[in-house]
Write a protein that binds this ligand. Structure first.
Ligand code: FAD
Length: 423
């Protein structure tokens, strides 16, 4: 670059899931940034399942100019009125169950088919930024060099000024970063943050065409909880997730080969054999369930090291009980992009990354912890047991973060940290 060329920050995003693509879309709107996305597989892909977001994530999508694209695929397109978050039921008995609490909030639970959700980001990507078959195996950064060099499994290399680690729960970037920080500092306790931890929960997932259910089935109208069920794809499909937990087993190793596997319908039916008739009706329609060993991360002490920043599941993979992992990944991307837009030289880059971490780390770790605790409550394993009078409000309180502080306030706070650090 000649000295008269305008400054361009070169950002390499490793991983093209929700966090990587949202960051790429947000950064592509910043004139001072050149962005490349390196994805290990041969295309951007998502699993065939549902995903839900809350009002704060919806707001961010709107701020990124994506409101209209996501409105077309949301069920239902949110208008801000009060909607059902979840209708909490007691379902684990053979007779008909009953509601013990109803959570309602502005927008309610905004629901999508995952494939459509990822595609909406893909469609907003500028041309030529995506590179497939590019699995990052390692990176090198040393304190004096101004750039980071990336090594991929296909033998190619690339360079960048900032590496954004968006490579999911088993992040190799997190592993290298924590290993190197441990070596540099001599603090071996940092190594415990590399591997995800099994939560003691198995989730079964499936999709049901809505015509396979009686028209009055509760799961069609509203998001239900004990067995999680909600409709997606403009009401044509019901997404189902059931949880079977043994909290005492939290932290036990789980065979990595079977974190996600197909399973027989019979296993699912046996697991919930004495549950209420509506649940039985639902599970009978899932012919090919998948089975997930739910893992999360220990809350990380840092998301950033020098010119590397972690986002999404790479830094705060969480249990799915608050429907928040993808939303938190989007929030990372929103805040980081807002800060990087202000970076006018390589000297200010570390200050922007520090501001990112100061805002995002405590918030995301709070949601991570809350997501695990919520799971205990939904299955009556928390300190509140089956005391519905206390349990219901306690569950609702776990979602306080959805409303305050708003993403715009968080963005302003991050920008203020950066401004103060620069001045
Ligand atoms: C059962 C279940 C239900 C959930 N429901 C919800 C929900 O309703 N709402 C919600 O907000 N969240 C939900 N989540 C969480 C949400 O799915 C995740 O938080 C989110 O998908 C994480 O996105 P990500 O981009 O960070 O990671 P990922 O989706 O894992 O993407 C990582 C990408 O990086 C690529 N990659 C990996 N290694 C490399 C490498 N070395 N080099 C290059 N590329 C690499 C991968 O191929 C992949 O494309 C749920 C999770 C589960 C398990």
């Amino acid at each position: 670059m000649s000295s008269s060329s305008p400054f361009k920050l070169r950002v390499a995003i490793c991983g093209g899931g929700i966090s990587g693509l949202c960051l790429a879309v947000a950064l592509s709107q910043c004139p001072n940034i050149q962005v490349e996305v390196y994805e290990a597989t041969d295309r951007f892909k998502e699993i065939g399942a549902g995903v839900m977001i809350w009002a704060r994530t919806w707001k961010i999508l709107e701020l990124l100019g994506l409101g209209s694209a996501f409105s077309k695929i949301a069920h239902s397109p949110p208008d801000g009125s009060i909607g059902t978050g979840f209708d909490f039921r007691r379902s684990d008995q053979p007779e008909e169950g009953s509601r013990f609490y109803l959570v309602q909030m502005p927008y309610g639970c905004i629901r999508f088919y995952r494939v459509d959700f990822l595609d909406a980001f893909v469609e907003a990507l500028p041309p030529n930024v995506a590179h497939f078959g590019m699995r990052l195996v390692s990176y090198s950064q040393n304190a004096s060099a101004s750039e980071i060099s990336l090594q991929f499994s296909n033998g190619t290399t690339a360079t960048c000024d900032l590496l954004a680690g968006c490579d999911g729960i088993k992040s190799s970037i997190r592993a290298q970063l924590y290993r190197e920080c441990s070596e540099r500092s001599g603090d071996s306790t940092l190594l415990k943050f590399i591997d995800p931890v099994w939560t003691g929960t198995i989730a079964y997932r499936g999709l049901i065409p809505v015509e396979h259910l009686p028209p009055c089935h509760r799961s069609i109208a509203d998001p239900m909880m004990h067995v999680v069920s909600y409709s997606i794809s403009r009401g044509k499909v019901v997404n189902v997730v059931t949880f079977a937990s043994d909290p005492k087993r939290e932290g036990e190793p789980h065979n990595e080969d079977v974190w996600v596997a197909n399973c027989l319908q019979q296993e699912l039916l046996e697991c919930y054999s004495n549950w209420e008739p509506e649940v039985e009706q639902l599970l009978n329609q899932i012919e090919k369930p998948t089975k997930w060993a739910i893992h999360h991360l220990r809350p990380l002490p840092f998301f950033v090291d020098r010119k590397i920043a972690l986002l999404g599941d790479a830094c705060h993979a969480m249990a799915p009980h608050e429907g928040a992992g993808a939303g938190q990944a989007i929030e990372d991307a929103f805040i980081l992009a807002s800060l990087l837009e202000q970076v006018s030289s390589l000297e200010t880059l570390p200050l922007a990354l520090d501001a990112y971490q100061r805002v995002r780390l405590p918030f995301a770790n709070h949601v991570l912890k809350g997501s695990y605790d919520s799971g205990l409550m939904y299955e009556f394993n928390s300190q509140y047991g089956e005391d519905y009078e206390v349990l219901g409000p306690a569950i609702e309180k776990q979602w306080d973060w959805v409303e305050e502080p708003s993403p715009e306030e968080e963005r302003l706070r991050a920008l203020q940290y950066l401004k103060d650090a620069i001045s």
